[in-house]
Design a protein around this ligand. Structure first.
Ligand code: NAP
Length: 251
């Protein structure tokens, strides 16, 4: 673990990304976190001297290039990249506007591609590295009313598999973690949406979400972070091209 020195966690100011950033920093790495809004990033960075906040919009190639330049000049090349930034959208296919479709793919799929692309050559040259995509169980199966999100996360899994194949002869591993519902600000918005669309109260909406997990509960961000930490460990050096479902058994 300690042989890696500098990690990038996109969307590291909140939710799953925050838990991953704090875990990586806890293991001794310097961690650059980014998002569009500086406030949550600075709040996380202010509590840990190894965490460094920068704004970046992962859908914008120039913004990602500027992030790489600033962060790598300060702390060296990234040897761990966690492509975590994402948005959740919901609508039946027939009511999915082109704008919603394009925005979901822009952040979740193109954003993940732009996040990892600049690191490919430097990681190969450095003789090691870890790339982890935070996909979703929606990257492994379909579900109603989330077609754009599902398509974007299936795309992330495809990107991961191709990259793992390209990098198979190098010591760089590429994997995707696929959680079910996790207790984060994204889930809060999902629950608010269920309440608005169905008129249910919050507890009933939460229970409905938890029932989708065979263990009957909502997953904690740290559980996702723990899987990422293992993928970044030396013990996981032979694990590449894999999807790891963190779902309480949902498949
Ligand atoms: P979250 O708290 O809403 O985190 C999403 C993060 O992405 C935010 O910090 C957000 O920061 C950042 N982000 C969004 N658009 C961005 C952009 N264009 N450029 C840069 N950063 C951007 O939700 P979360 O649950 O932790 O989500 C993290 C990842 O886990 C996502 O990819 C999500 O799809 C995946 N996931 C979540 C769940 C769940 O139930 N929560 C389940 C499966 C998978 P700004 O808004 O400041 O940019």
């Amino acid at each position: 673990m300690t042989r890696f020195k500098h990690a990038l966690v996109t969307g590291g100011g909140t939710g799953i990304g925050q838990a991953i950033a704090e875990s990586l920093a806890g293991a001794g790495m310097e961690v650059t976190i980014c998002g569009r809004n500086i406030e949550p990033l600075e709040k996380v960075a202010s509590r840990n001297p190894r965490i460094h906040a920068l704004t970046c919009d992962v859908t914008d190639e120039d913004s990602v290039a500027a992030l790489y330049e600033t962060a790598q000049a300060a702390r060296g090349n990234f040897d761990v990249i966690i492509a975590n930034a994402g948005i959740a959208t919901s609508a039946p296919v027939g009511k999915t506007s082109l704008a919603m479709w394009q925005q979901t793919l822009a952040v979740n799929l193109t954003g993940a591609f732009l996040t990892v692309r600049p690191a490919m050559d430097t990681m190969k040259r450095a003789g090691g590295g870890r790339i982890v995509f935070i996909a979703s169980i929606a990257g492994l199966k379909g579900a109603p009313y989330i077609a754009a999100y599902t398509a974007s996360k299936h795309g992330v899994v495809g990107l991961m598999r191709s990259m793992a194949a390209e990098l198979a002869r190098t010591p760089v591993t590429v994997n995707a973690v696929c959680p079910g519902y996790v207790e984060t600000p994204m889930l809060e918005r999902t629950i608010a949406n269920i309440i608005e669309k169905t008129g249910r109260d919050e507890q009933t909406a939460r229970e409905a979400v938890a029932r989708g997990n065979p263990q009957g509960r909502i997953i904690e961000p740290q559980e996702v972070a723990d899987a990422v930490m293992w993928l970044c460990s030396d013990g996981a050096r032979s694990v590449t091209g894999q999807t790891i479902a963190i779902t309480g058994g949902e498949q």
